[in-house]
Design a protein around this ligand. Structure first.
Ligand SMILES: [Zn+2]
Length: 72
């Protein structure tokens, strides 16, 4: 919590940015972060959770570009 994120394995750039966004959310909301996170988790689920959606959006720039097959 706070500024500390523990990694068991080296994180991908996407995951690192995702978790850093949660750190920012924590800084903004302070002690309200965890109760609000879990309340929204119960009502919205993980995929539609506003904090998770925000973290996914913030980490999109770390994704590699899509590699479309060439058409001849
Ligand atoms: Zn997350």
């Amino acid at each position: 919590m706070g500024d500390c994120v523990l990694w068991r394995l080296p994180p991908t750039p996407y995951l690192r940015l995702h978790e850093e966004r949660h750190v920012l959310q924590y800084h903004v909301l302070g002690p309200f972060f965890l109760p609000l996170y879990f309340a929204l988790l119960l009502t919205c689920g993980y995929w539609n959770h506003p904090f998770e959606k925000d973290a996914r959006r913030a980490s999109q720039c770390a994704l590699p570009p899509l590699d479309f097959p060439h058409q001849n």
